[in-house]
Write a protein that binds this ligand. Structure first.
Ligand code: PLP
Length: 430
Protein backbone atom coordinates (compact mmCIF):
# COMPACT_ATOMS: atom_id res chain seq x y z
CA UNK A 1 0.00 0.00 0.00
CA UNK A 2 1.52 3.28 -1.11
CA UNK A 3 -0.77 5.64 0.75
CA UNK A 4 -0.11 6.35 4.43
CA UNK A 5 -2.77 4.65 6.57
CA UNK A 6 -4.92 6.59 9.00
CA UNK A 7 -4.32 6.28 12.74
CA UNK A 8 -7.50 4.24 13.38
CA UNK A 9 -6.23 1.64 10.92
CA UNK A 10 -2.67 1.68 12.28
CA UNK A 11 -3.98 1.05 15.81
CA UNK A 12 -5.39 -2.25 14.53
CA UNK A 13 -2.85 -3.33 11.93
CA UNK A 14 0.60 -1.97 12.83
CA UNK A 15 3.11 -4.16 14.65
CA UNK A 16 2.14 -7.83 14.35
CA UNK A 17 1.26 -8.74 10.75
CA UNK A 18 0.26 -12.44 10.55
CA UNK A 19 1.25 -14.46 7.52
CA UNK A 20 -0.52 -17.56 6.20
CA UNK A 21 -1.67 -19.86 9.01
CA UNK A 22 -0.33 -17.62 11.79
CA UNK A 23 -2.47 -16.47 14.75
CA UNK A 24 -4.81 -13.53 14.14
CA UNK A 25 -3.89 -12.04 17.52
CA UNK A 26 -0.30 -11.08 18.32
CA UNK A 27 1.40 -13.96 20.20
CA UNK A 28 2.90 -13.52 23.66
CA UNK A 29 6.55 -14.60 23.75
CA UNK A 30 6.49 -15.32 27.46
CA UNK A 31 10.10 -16.46 27.48
CA UNK A 32 13.21 -15.08 29.12
CA UNK A 33 15.53 -16.50 26.48
CA UNK A 34 15.87 -17.77 22.90
CA UNK A 35 17.64 -20.86 21.55
CA UNK A 36 20.49 -21.06 18.98
CA UNK A 37 22.19 -23.98 17.24
CA UNK A 38 25.84 -23.04 17.52
CA UNK A 39 28.03 -21.14 19.92
CA UNK A 40 29.21 -18.99 16.99
CA UNK A 41 25.63 -17.92 16.21
CA UNK A 42 25.12 -16.80 19.78
CA UNK A 43 28.47 -14.98 19.77
CA UNK A 44 27.56 -12.97 16.70
CA UNK A 45 24.42 -11.70 18.49
CA UNK A 46 26.53 -10.42 21.38
CA UNK A 47 28.74 -8.58 18.90
CA UNK A 48 25.60 -7.02 17.37
CA UNK A 49 26.81 -8.51 14.05
CA UNK A 50 23.59 -10.51 13.60
CA UNK A 51 20.12 -9.44 14.59
CA UNK A 52 18.17 -11.74 16.87
CA UNK A 53 16.68 -12.16 20.30
CA UNK A 54 18.71 -13.66 23.09
CA UNK A 55 17.52 -12.33 26.44
CA UNK A 56 14.25 -10.56 27.28
CA UNK A 57 15.89 -7.87 29.42
CA UNK A 58 17.44 -6.58 26.19
CA UNK A 59 14.63 -7.26 23.75
CA UNK A 60 11.54 -9.45 23.38
CA UNK A 61 9.48 -9.99 20.18
CA UNK A 62 6.09 -9.22 21.80
CA UNK A 63 7.40 -6.02 23.38
CA UNK A 64 9.02 -5.01 20.09
CA UNK A 65 5.86 -5.51 18.05
CA UNK A 66 3.93 -3.19 20.38
CA UNK A 67 6.80 -0.67 20.35
CA UNK A 68 6.63 -0.82 16.54
CA UNK A 69 2.91 -0.04 16.64
CA UNK A 70 3.34 3.00 18.91
CA UNK A 71 6.31 4.16 16.79
CA UNK A 72 4.07 3.99 13.74
CA UNK A 73 1.29 5.93 15.52
CA UNK A 74 3.73 8.72 16.38
CA UNK A 75 5.40 8.68 12.96
CA UNK A 76 8.83 7.84 14.40
CA UNK A 77 11.68 5.61 13.18
CA UNK A 78 12.28 3.49 16.30
CA UNK A 79 10.79 2.93 19.72
CA UNK A 80 11.11 0.96 22.92
CA UNK A 81 8.70 0.07 25.72
CA UNK A 82 9.57 0.41 29.39
CA UNK A 83 8.08 -0.92 32.61
CA UNK A 84 6.56 2.48 33.53
CA UNK A 85 6.17 6.03 32.30
CA UNK A 86 8.71 7.08 34.92
CA UNK A 87 11.28 4.69 33.46
CA UNK A 88 10.55 6.05 29.97
CA UNK A 89 11.19 9.64 31.01
CA UNK A 90 14.30 8.68 32.97
CA UNK A 91 15.81 6.73 30.07
CA UNK A 92 14.84 9.39 27.51
CA UNK A 93 16.94 11.94 29.42
CA UNK A 94 19.66 9.69 30.82
CA UNK A 95 20.40 8.26 27.36
CA UNK A 96 21.99 11.60 26.40
CA UNK A 97 22.96 13.06 29.80
CA UNK A 98 25.55 12.22 32.42
CA UNK A 99 27.03 13.77 35.57
CA UNK A 100 27.98 17.38 34.83
CA UNK A 101 25.20 17.90 32.28
CA UNK A 102 22.14 20.10 32.44
CA UNK A 103 18.54 19.83 31.21
CA UNK A 104 15.72 22.36 30.91
CA UNK A 105 12.23 21.32 31.93
CA UNK A 106 8.81 22.99 31.99
CA UNK A 107 7.73 23.61 35.58
CA UNK A 108 4.06 22.68 35.01
CA UNK A 109 4.65 18.95 34.74
CA UNK A 110 3.70 15.60 36.28
CA UNK A 111 4.80 15.40 39.93
CA UNK A 112 6.82 12.22 39.33
CA UNK A 113 8.80 13.86 36.55
CA UNK A 114 9.34 16.97 38.65
CA UNK A 115 10.94 14.83 41.35
CA UNK A 116 12.87 12.73 38.84
CA UNK A 117 14.53 15.74 37.22
CA UNK A 118 14.62 18.09 40.22
CA UNK A 119 15.72 15.68 42.95
CA UNK A 120 16.88 12.26 41.73
CA UNK A 121 18.72 13.41 38.59
CA UNK A 122 20.50 15.97 40.76
CA UNK A 123 21.86 13.15 42.94
CA UNK A 124 23.34 11.70 39.74
CA UNK A 125 25.01 15.01 38.94
CA UNK A 126 22.49 16.17 36.32
CA UNK A 127 21.18 19.67 37.01
CA UNK A 128 17.75 20.83 35.91
CA UNK A 129 16.43 24.36 35.36
CA UNK A 130 12.63 24.59 35.55
CA UNK A 131 11.03 27.17 33.28
CA UNK A 132 7.62 28.69 32.72
CA UNK A 133 7.01 27.29 29.23
CA UNK A 134 4.50 30.09 28.53
CA UNK A 135 7.26 32.73 28.77
CA UNK A 136 8.46 34.35 25.51
CA UNK A 137 11.44 32.78 23.73
CA UNK A 138 13.73 35.73 24.65
CA UNK A 139 13.10 34.94 28.31
CA UNK A 140 13.57 31.18 27.90
CA UNK A 141 16.92 31.68 26.09
CA UNK A 142 18.49 32.52 29.43
CA UNK A 143 17.98 29.00 30.77
CA UNK A 144 20.45 27.47 28.27
CA UNK A 145 24.00 26.65 29.38
CA UNK A 146 26.97 25.24 27.45
CA UNK A 147 26.32 21.84 29.13
CA UNK A 148 22.55 21.78 28.36
CA UNK A 149 21.68 18.48 26.65
CA UNK A 150 17.89 18.48 26.30
CA UNK A 151 14.63 20.37 26.76
CA UNK A 152 11.74 18.44 28.32
CA UNK A 153 8.02 19.23 28.43
CA UNK A 154 4.53 17.69 28.25
CA UNK A 155 2.10 18.26 25.36
CA UNK A 156 -0.74 18.77 27.89
CA UNK A 157 0.59 18.89 31.42
CA UNK A 158 -0.70 16.65 34.20
CA UNK A 159 -2.49 17.99 36.25
CA UNK A 160 -2.25 21.72 35.36
CA UNK A 161 -3.51 21.16 31.76
CA UNK A 162 -1.01 23.63 30.29
CA UNK A 163 -0.76 23.20 26.50
CA UNK A 164 2.77 23.36 25.10
CA UNK A 165 3.68 25.64 22.18
CA UNK A 166 5.64 22.82 20.56
CA UNK A 167 6.95 24.82 17.59
CA UNK A 168 8.29 27.59 19.81
CA UNK A 169 10.01 25.14 22.14
CA UNK A 170 11.45 22.98 19.32
CA UNK A 171 12.90 26.03 17.57
CA UNK A 172 14.50 27.22 20.80
CA UNK A 173 15.98 23.78 21.54
CA UNK A 174 17.34 23.42 18.00
CA UNK A 175 18.90 26.90 18.03
CA UNK A 176 20.89 25.66 21.02
CA UNK A 177 21.77 22.33 19.40
CA UNK A 178 19.72 20.09 21.70
CA UNK A 179 16.67 17.86 21.16
CA UNK A 180 13.16 18.57 22.44
CA UNK A 181 11.70 15.63 24.41
CA UNK A 182 7.91 15.74 24.74
CA UNK A 183 5.81 13.57 27.05
CA UNK A 184 2.69 13.01 24.92
CA UNK A 185 0.76 10.95 27.49
CA UNK A 186 -2.36 13.12 27.80
CA UNK A 187 -2.83 14.05 24.13
CA UNK A 188 -1.87 10.64 22.67
CA UNK A 189 -0.89 10.47 18.97
CA UNK A 190 -4.61 10.41 18.18
CA UNK A 191 -4.91 14.10 19.11
CA UNK A 192 -1.36 15.35 18.61
CA UNK A 193 1.77 14.18 16.84
CA UNK A 194 4.61 16.25 18.35
CA UNK A 195 7.08 15.13 15.61
CA UNK A 196 5.02 17.04 13.02
CA UNK A 197 5.73 20.23 15.00
CA UNK A 198 9.47 19.69 15.50
CA UNK A 199 9.79 17.56 18.65
CA UNK A 200 12.64 15.03 18.43
CA UNK A 201 11.78 12.39 21.05
CA UNK A 202 8.33 11.47 22.40
CA UNK A 203 7.65 9.62 25.64
CA UNK A 204 4.49 8.08 27.07
CA UNK A 205 3.09 6.72 30.24
CA UNK A 206 1.14 3.97 28.45
CA UNK A 207 -0.58 3.46 31.82
CA UNK A 208 -2.98 6.26 30.89
CA UNK A 209 -5.12 6.45 27.71
CA UNK A 210 -3.08 3.88 25.77
CA UNK A 211 -3.92 1.20 28.33
CA UNK A 212 -7.11 3.01 29.27
CA UNK A 213 -8.54 0.24 31.46
CA UNK A 214 -6.43 0.65 34.61
CA UNK A 215 -4.80 -2.76 33.96
CA UNK A 216 -1.06 -2.24 33.68
CA UNK A 217 1.69 0.32 34.26
CA UNK A 218 4.02 0.94 31.30
CA UNK A 219 5.94 3.47 29.24
CA UNK A 220 7.28 4.13 25.76
CA UNK A 221 10.07 6.15 24.12
CA UNK A 222 9.87 6.97 20.42
CA UNK A 223 12.57 8.63 18.30
CA UNK A 224 11.67 10.78 15.27
CA UNK A 225 15.11 10.00 13.81
CA UNK A 226 15.43 13.68 12.87
CA UNK A 227 17.93 14.99 15.39
CA UNK A 228 21.43 15.06 13.89
CA UNK A 229 23.57 13.77 16.78
CA UNK A 230 26.69 13.78 14.62
CA UNK A 231 26.31 17.52 13.98
CA UNK A 232 27.08 17.94 17.71
CA UNK A 233 29.35 14.92 18.00
CA UNK A 234 31.28 15.98 21.08
CA UNK A 235 28.16 17.02 22.99
CA UNK A 236 26.43 13.69 22.34
CA UNK A 237 29.57 11.57 22.59
CA UNK A 238 27.63 8.63 24.05
CA UNK A 239 26.00 8.18 20.64
CA UNK A 240 28.75 9.37 18.32
CA UNK A 241 31.95 7.99 19.90
CA UNK A 242 32.93 4.34 20.59
CA UNK A 243 31.06 2.65 23.48
CA UNK A 244 33.82 0.79 25.30
CA UNK A 245 31.21 -1.22 27.22
CA UNK A 246 29.97 -2.60 23.89
CA UNK A 247 33.08 -3.58 21.90
CA UNK A 248 33.70 0.02 20.87
CA UNK A 249 30.51 0.29 18.84
CA UNK A 250 29.57 3.77 17.54
CA UNK A 251 25.77 3.90 17.68
CA UNK A 252 25.22 6.58 15.02
CA UNK A 253 27.58 4.75 12.63
CA UNK A 254 26.13 1.29 13.21
CA UNK A 255 22.41 2.09 13.59
CA UNK A 256 21.99 5.35 11.65
CA UNK A 257 18.65 6.98 12.41
CA UNK A 258 17.74 4.45 15.11
CA UNK A 259 20.96 5.07 17.08
CA UNK A 260 19.20 6.67 20.06
CA UNK A 261 16.83 3.72 20.64
CA UNK A 262 19.56 1.16 19.88
CA UNK A 263 21.66 2.70 22.65
CA UNK A 264 18.75 2.47 25.12
CA UNK A 265 18.35 -1.24 24.34
CA UNK A 266 22.05 -2.11 24.31
CA UNK A 267 23.15 0.02 27.27
CA UNK A 268 20.35 1.23 29.55
CA UNK A 269 18.19 -1.90 29.36
CA UNK A 270 21.28 -4.05 29.78
CA UNK A 271 22.41 -2.16 32.90
CA UNK A 272 19.18 -0.85 34.44
CA UNK A 273 16.62 -3.24 33.01
CA UNK A 274 13.21 -1.57 33.27
CA UNK A 275 11.54 -3.80 30.69
CA UNK A 276 7.80 -4.44 30.62
CA UNK A 277 6.52 -8.00 30.82
CA UNK A 278 5.40 -9.52 27.49
CA UNK A 279 2.00 -10.22 29.09
CA UNK A 280 1.55 -6.52 29.85
CA UNK A 281 2.57 -5.63 26.30
CA UNK A 282 -0.05 -8.05 25.02
CA UNK A 283 -2.72 -6.28 27.09
CA UNK A 284 -1.43 -2.88 25.94
CA UNK A 285 -1.65 -3.98 22.32
CA UNK A 286 -5.26 -5.06 22.74
CA UNK A 287 -6.11 -1.72 24.35
CA UNK A 288 -4.39 0.24 21.57
CA UNK A 289 -6.80 -1.26 19.04
CA UNK A 290 -9.62 0.90 20.43
CA UNK A 291 -7.54 3.98 21.37
CA UNK A 292 -8.96 6.35 18.69
CA UNK A 293 -12.57 5.46 19.55
CA UNK A 294 -11.98 5.89 23.25
CA UNK A 295 -10.06 9.17 22.91
CA UNK A 296 -12.82 10.62 20.73
CA UNK A 297 -15.45 9.73 23.34
CA UNK A 298 -13.29 10.96 26.24
CA UNK A 299 -12.99 14.34 24.51
CA UNK A 300 -16.66 14.54 23.55
CA UNK A 301 -17.72 13.77 27.13
CA UNK A 302 -15.13 16.06 28.72
CA UNK A 303 -16.28 18.97 26.57
CA UNK A 304 -19.91 18.49 27.68
CA UNK A 305 -18.87 18.09 31.32
CA UNK A 306 -16.62 21.18 31.18
CA UNK A 307 -19.51 23.23 29.74
CA UNK A 308 -21.85 21.95 32.45
CA UNK A 309 -19.38 22.79 35.23
CA UNK A 310 -18.53 26.17 33.73
CA UNK A 311 -22.21 27.17 33.88
CA UNK A 312 -22.78 25.85 37.43
CA UNK A 313 -23.28 28.38 40.24
CA UNK A 314 -21.25 26.40 42.83
CA UNK A 315 -18.25 26.01 40.52
CA UNK A 316 -15.51 28.64 40.25
CA UNK A 317 -12.82 28.36 37.61
CA UNK A 318 -12.80 25.39 35.19
CA UNK A 319 -9.54 24.42 33.46
CA UNK A 320 -10.16 22.74 30.12
CA UNK A 321 -8.60 23.84 26.83
CA UNK A 322 -11.82 22.97 24.98
CA UNK A 323 -13.56 25.94 26.64
CA UNK A 324 -13.33 29.10 24.48
CA UNK A 325 -12.34 31.24 27.51
CA UNK A 326 -9.51 28.87 28.55
CA UNK A 327 -6.00 30.32 28.54
CA UNK A 328 -4.81 27.50 26.25
CA UNK A 329 -7.76 27.39 23.86
CA UNK A 330 -5.90 28.92 20.90
CA UNK A 331 -2.80 26.72 21.31
CA UNK A 332 -5.05 23.67 21.64
CA UNK A 333 -6.89 24.59 18.42
CA UNK A 334 -3.56 24.77 16.59
CA UNK A 335 -1.95 21.59 17.93
CA UNK A 336 -5.03 19.48 18.77
CA UNK A 337 -7.90 20.54 16.51
CA UNK A 338 -9.88 17.35 17.23
CA UNK A 339 -9.74 17.67 21.02
CA UNK A 340 -7.24 17.62 23.88
CA UNK A 341 -7.95 14.96 26.51
CA UNK A 342 -10.56 13.85 29.03
CA UNK A 343 -9.02 15.47 32.10
CA UNK A 344 -10.59 18.60 33.61
CA UNK A 345 -9.81 20.46 36.81
CA UNK A 346 -12.25 22.77 38.52
CA UNK A 347 -12.72 24.67 41.69
CA UNK A 348 -15.55 24.49 44.17
CA UNK A 349 -16.25 28.04 45.34
CA UNK A 350 -17.10 26.87 48.87
CA UNK A 351 -13.57 25.43 49.34
CA UNK A 352 -12.00 22.39 50.97
CA UNK A 353 -14.92 21.05 53.08
CA UNK A 354 -17.36 21.34 50.20
CA UNK A 355 -14.89 19.56 47.90
CA UNK A 356 -14.64 16.63 50.31
CA UNK A 357 -18.43 16.46 50.66
CA UNK A 358 -18.75 16.58 46.86
CA UNK A 359 -16.27 13.72 46.42
CA UNK A 360 -17.97 11.57 49.06
CA UNK A 361 -21.36 12.12 47.43
CA UNK A 362 -20.34 10.85 43.98
CA UNK A 363 -21.98 7.55 43.09
CA UNK A 364 -20.61 6.82 39.60
CA UNK A 365 -17.22 8.55 39.54
CA UNK A 366 -14.65 6.66 41.61
CA UNK A 367 -12.04 8.11 43.92
CA UNK A 368 -8.73 6.74 42.61
CA UNK A 369 -5.13 7.91 42.17
CA UNK A 370 -5.36 7.58 38.42
CA UNK A 371 -6.38 9.44 35.30
CA UNK A 372 -7.24 8.54 31.72
CA UNK A 373 -9.20 5.43 32.61
CA UNK A 374 -12.32 4.41 30.65
CA UNK A 375 -14.23 4.86 33.93
CA UNK A 376 -14.72 8.38 35.28
CA UNK A 377 -12.37 9.04 38.18
CA UNK A 378 -11.84 11.90 40.55
CA UNK A 379 -9.19 13.15 42.95
CA UNK A 380 -9.00 16.02 45.43
CA UNK A 381 -5.35 17.20 45.34
CA UNK A 382 -5.60 19.01 48.71
CA UNK A 383 -6.70 15.75 50.42
CA UNK A 384 -4.63 13.32 48.34
CA UNK A 385 -1.60 14.02 46.13
CA UNK A 386 -0.78 17.29 47.94
CA UNK A 387 -2.08 16.29 51.38
CA UNK A 388 1.10 17.32 53.26
CA UNK A 389 0.75 20.95 52.21
CA UNK A 390 -1.10 23.60 54.22
CA UNK A 391 -3.35 26.13 52.46
CA UNK A 392 -0.52 28.61 52.01
CA UNK A 393 1.82 26.01 50.49
CA UNK A 394 -1.02 24.78 48.27
CA UNK A 395 -1.45 28.29 46.96
CA UNK A 396 2.25 28.47 46.09
CA UNK A 397 1.90 25.18 44.18
CA UNK A 398 -1.00 26.67 42.20
CA UNK A 399 -3.57 24.40 43.82
CA UNK A 400 -6.57 25.83 45.67
CA UNK A 401 -8.16 23.89 48.57
CA UNK A 402 -11.37 23.46 46.57
CA UNK A 403 -9.70 22.17 43.38
CA UNK A 404 -10.97 18.85 41.97
CA UNK A 405 -9.24 16.82 39.25
CA UNK A 406 -11.77 14.97 37.18
CA UNK A 407 -10.85 12.37 34.57
CA UNK A 408 -13.94 12.02 32.40
CA UNK A 409 -14.55 8.45 31.25
CA UNK A 410 -16.44 6.98 28.31
CA UNK A 411 -19.75 6.29 30.06
CA UNK A 412 -22.87 7.96 28.66
CA UNK A 413 -22.21 11.64 29.36
CA UNK A 414 -25.72 12.19 30.75
CA UNK A 415 -24.99 9.72 33.54
CA UNK A 416 -21.71 11.46 34.34
CA UNK A 417 -23.37 14.89 34.47
CA UNK A 418 -26.30 13.59 36.58
CA UNK A 419 -23.79 12.20 39.07
CA UNK A 420 -21.85 15.47 39.24
CA UNK A 421 -25.07 17.47 39.56
CA UNK A 422 -26.38 15.48 42.53
CA UNK A 423 -22.97 15.54 44.28
CA UNK A 424 -22.74 19.33 43.78
CA UNK A 425 -26.21 19.66 45.34
CA UNK A 426 -25.06 17.49 48.29
CA UNK A 427 -21.94 19.63 48.76
CA UNK A 428 -24.22 22.49 49.90
CA UNK A 429 -25.34 20.51 52.95
CA UNK A 430 -22.19 20.62 55.04
C1 PLP B 1 1.41 9.10 34.90
C2 PLP B 1 2.36 9.94 34.18
C3 PLP B 1 3.73 9.65 34.17
C4 PLP B 1 4.31 8.49 34.97
O1 PLP B 1 3.90 7.30 34.40
P1 PLP B 1 3.81 5.90 35.21
O2 PLP B 1 3.36 4.98 34.14
O3 PLP B 1 2.83 6.11 36.32
O4 PLP B 1 5.18 5.61 35.70
C5 PLP B 1 4.57 10.45 33.44
N1 PLP B 1 4.09 11.49 32.73
C6 PLP B 1 2.78 11.80 32.71
C7 PLP B 1 2.31 12.96 31.91
C8 PLP B 1 1.87 11.04 33.43
O5 PLP B 1 0.56 11.35 33.41
Amino acid sequence: MGKELHIETKCLHSGWKPKKGEPRMMPIYQSTTFKYDTSEEMGRLFDLKDEGYFYTRLQNPTNDMVAEKITDLEGGVAGVLTSSGQAANFYAVFNICEAGDHVICASAIYGGTLNLLGVTAKKMGIECTFIDADAPAEELEKAFQPNTKAVFSETISNPALVVLDIEKMAKLAHEHGVPLIVDNTFATPVNCKPFEWGADIVTHSTTKYMDGHAMQVGGAIIDSGKFDWDAYGEKFHGLTRPDESYHGIVYTEHFGKSAYIAKINAQLMRDLGSIPSPMNCFLLNASLESLPLRVERHCYNAQKVAEFLDAHELVGHVNYAGLPNDKYHELAKKYMPNGTCGVISFELKAGREAAVKFMDSLKLASIVTHVADAKTSVLHPASHTHRQLNDEQLKAAGISPGLIRLSVGIENVEDIIDDLAQALEESKTL
